[in-house]
Each structure stands twice: as C-alpha cells, then as structure tokens.
Design a protein around this ligand. Structure first.
Ligand SMILES: NC(=O)c1ccc[n+]([C@@H]2O[C@H](COP(=O)([O-])OP(=O)(O)OC[C@H]3O[C@@H](n4cnc5c(N)ncnc54)[C@H](O)[C@@H]3O)[C@@H](O)[C@H]2O)c1
Length: 403
C-alpha cells in the first residue's frame, strides 16, 4: 500500500480534465493529491491552475511535468493522436499512467503501447469508465452467470444525442488524423463493453457507413455567429452552453474568438469522419456482433440484445432496464438507479478509484491496455472496411500476439 496519497499530474487541461479528473482528484485528498498540470496552451493552463487552485504546479510541456518528483502518476487527457508519445514518455519516466480513451488512433500505435505497457512495471489503465459503470457490470455478470447459456450473438446500437453528435464535427474529433474518426473516438466505449462481455479477441470485421447528416448546407454560414438559421438549426452552438464548454464558460473563448471559437458549423465544417455506420464482426470464440452507430438521437442510448444458446438478454442503458429472458427458467427484469443511466453510467469516479487501488495494491486494471487495443482495432478496421466498400478486415494475426 502507498503510505501517502498518490501524486497525480494531468496533461491536457481541456474539457475532460476540467470537468472530471481535476475536480474529482481534488475531492479525494486522502487517496490522491493533484500536484501538477501541463498544457502547451498557456491560457488554458493558467485558467486550469486558477480554477483547481491549491499548490498545483503548472508546466508547459510533457517533459517538464514528468521531471516533477511529486508526480507519481500521469493522467493523459490530450487529444487522441498525442496519446502514444505522451504514454511512452510517461513510462520512460517510470510513472503510473491513466490514459484516456481511445488509447490511440491507429492499430500500429495501439500495438506498440500494449507491448510497452506489458514490458513496463508501472500500472497502466485506459479510460473506459463503462467497465466500472454499475449497469454494465451487472450486464456482464448476468452473461457470465451462464443463465442464457454460452453467448452466440450480440446485437447492439449506440445513438449519440444530436447536439453532442454535432459537437464532434466542430472540434478536432472530426478528422481521423486527430481522433481515428468517430468509430474509434466515440464508439470505442460501446465496442469495449461488448469486447469485455464477449471475452474474446475480435477476428473479422466489415462495415458500411458514411456521413449523411452532417453534410454541407449551402444556406448556412461557416460560423453560427454569422448564420441566419440558428433559430431553427438543431446543431446551432448553444450560448447557454448546455454542454459546459470549458473554454466558453471561463471566458477564454470570448477573449480570443479567432483562436478558440467553438461555433464552427457542424454541417459546413471540413471533416473525414463518418456520422453513422453498421459493423459486422466475428470473435475468435465464434461469437458474432452486429453493431450500429449513429449521432442523431433525441437522447443518448446504448441498446444490447445478447443471445445465448438458451435465451436472450435485452438491455437499454438509457432506460436502465435489463430484461433477462432465459429458455426454461423464469424471466427477470432488473432496473438500475437513475444515476446509472446516463452516458457515462456513473463509471467515472469508480474508474479513478479503481486506478488508485490498482496502483496501491499492484493489481491489473479491468480496463487494461489489451482492452484499449481491441477497441481501437475494431474501430479502425470498421473505418478501413467502409473505405473499401465493406471488404472484410482480418484482425487475427495482429491481435493474436496478445491473446
Ligand atoms: N472517457 C470519456 O468519456 C471521455 C470524454 C471526453 C474526452 N475524453 C478523452 O479525453 C481526451 C481529451 O479530450 P478533451 O475533450 O478534454 O480535449 P480538449 O481539446 O478539450 O483538451 C485537450 C487539451 O490538451 C492540450 N494539448 C494538446 N496537445 C498537447 C500536448 N502535446 N502537450 C500538452 N497539452 C496538449 C490542449 O491545449 C487542450 O487544452 C481525449 O483523448 C478524449 O478522447 C474521454
């Protein structure tokens, strides 16, 4: 066990740091101490230091935060394409790592990071909070109980709420070179939960998909502030800020809108990510997956039909309902608490608790690097298959080394 609270540094003081990791780590002082923050953008860094307060030390580079001897563990909340380099530097410096999802934007980077983590001593965990969310934990436990027999098939869907879906097409996420595309960046959580429940390695993937909603609108402007359609536009940037855009809230954006503007038109922005897709996959164990992803929902929803050799489970995360329908036994409906029904399912704080426990007890995290790799591999392979009109992408050889 650690004798003092774990010293945590966070690199990347954007949305995820300021809306979750920073405040949460501050809230558990008996277990962890927020000692340092790093960002290459000095305005964002200063604002984060002012907000999180205390004796947190600011650094303007990854190299400098890693030289701080009080940093025992690094939380990586920089954009996805930077994860590999920051991750390598953190492990070179001997720090424990909690790396946000997706672990990487390419299979090559994810394979490299998996190998690095396996050869390194520090604890490495990936930010898959759904593995800790009570709804998902319950769903997996029911499948693992064997009540529907061996799993044969998974049918799943994720529908992202429209305004949230649109937000991806205003920010860096809209380019594959930054995020891998939304099947890697966003669908990674649902794909990971499915991989975890199936308990096998993805082997074959094919997909169809495209960008059908967030397509150019000649009648709209490039910025919401210049657009005459905002009254009726479903994606108009919301100045009441219902998504709590950190740089808007803090005034950073208003002080320098040319540099930090968040009101890019989700339709007219340049992009190369799909906004919807249908994926078919087969696992090494033979379990088959059919998964649909879309970005135009009224609310955020993940829906699952898990079919075994003796029955099925129907589950809706947004409704918090798991209906267990075994053949030859009584059906049962489980309803989880309201606070476990949102997109993160109450898993965020449990993910951090688990990381701190894994570091202290030298345990292997449930959301480990192989989970990170499998989810990146499925998302990247599906994107490649879409580019090749649905050709099957074979993942077996590259993933087999970590079975
Ligand atoms: N688990 C989840 O559900 C969840 C939710 C949101 C974001 N995320 C992940 O968290 C990460 C951050 O997302 P975000 O929305 O906070 O992004 P963001 O753009 O709001 O913030 C990223 C910050 O990183 C800084 N940065 C970029 N490159 C850097 C570098 N090389 N060195 C130092 N700082 C650098 C930027 O200046 C910015 O302040 C992403 O990987 C994202 O996928 C995960």
């Amino acid at each position: 066990m650690n004798e003092r609270p774990l010293g945590i540094g966070i690199v990347g003081t954007g949305q995820r740091c300021m809306h979750f990791f920073g405040p949460h780590i501050r809230a558990v002082p008996d277990k962890a101490r927020l000692v340092a923050l790093a960002d290459r953008d000095e305005t964002r860094l200063q604002s984060a230091v002012d907000d999180l307060g205390g004796d947190v030390r600011p650094y303007n580079s990854v190299e400098s935060i890693l030289r701080d001897p009080n940093v025992d563990a690094l939380v990586i909340t920089t954009p996805d394409f930077t994860h590999r380099d920051v991750f390598d530097m953190a492990l070179d410096a001997g720090k424990h790592v909690l790396c946000e999802k997706p672990m990487a934007t390419t299979i090559e980077d994810a394979v490299h990071m998996t190998r690095r983590a396996k050869e390194s001593d520090p604890t490495v965990q990936i930010g898959f909070m759904l593995r800790y969310a009570p709804f998902m934990v319950r769903l997996k436990a029911i499948v693992d109980s064997g009540i529907i027999g061996d799993l044969v098939q998974v049918t799943a869907a994720e529908v992202v709420e429209y305004y949230h879906g649109a937000a991806f097409f205003r920010r860096w996420h809209r380019f594959r070179k930054h995020s891998g595309g939304l099947l890697v960046h966003k669908a990674c959580h649902t794909l990971d939960v499915i991989n975890w429940i199936v308990g096998s390695t993805p082997a074959l993937v094919s997909a169809q998909g495209g960008t059908d909603t967030f397509v150019p609108k000649p009648e709209a402007a490039l910025r919401c502030r210049d657009c005459e359609l905002t009254e009726t536009c479903l994606a108009a940037y919301d100045l009441d800020d219902r998504y709590h855009n950190y740089i808007y809230q803090t005034g950073i954006e208003r002080a320098d809108p040319t540099r930090y503007a968040s009101d890019l038109c989700a339709y007219n922005s340049e992009k190369d990510s799909v906004d919807n897709a249908s994926i078919l996959a087969e696992y090494k164990s033979g379990v088959r997956l059919s998964f649909s992803f879309a970005t135009t929902g009224r609310r955020h929803e993940r829906h699952f039909v898990l079919t075994g050799q003796r029955g099925a489970i129907h589950a809706s995360q947004a409704d918090g309902v798991i209906a267990v329908e075994p053949v030859g036994a009584e059906p049962e409906t489980i309803v989880v608490l309201d606070e476990y029904r949102d997109e993160h399912g109450g898993g965020d704080t449990l993910l951090v608790d688990s990381f701190l426990r894994c570091v202290a007890m030298r345990e292997r995290p449930v959301a480990d690097v192989v989970a990170g790799l499998h989810s990146v591999a499925l998302g990247v392979a599906a994107t490649q298959s879409i580019d090749r009109s649905g050709d099957v992408v074979v993942l077996r050889p590259v993933l087999a080394q970590f079975d």
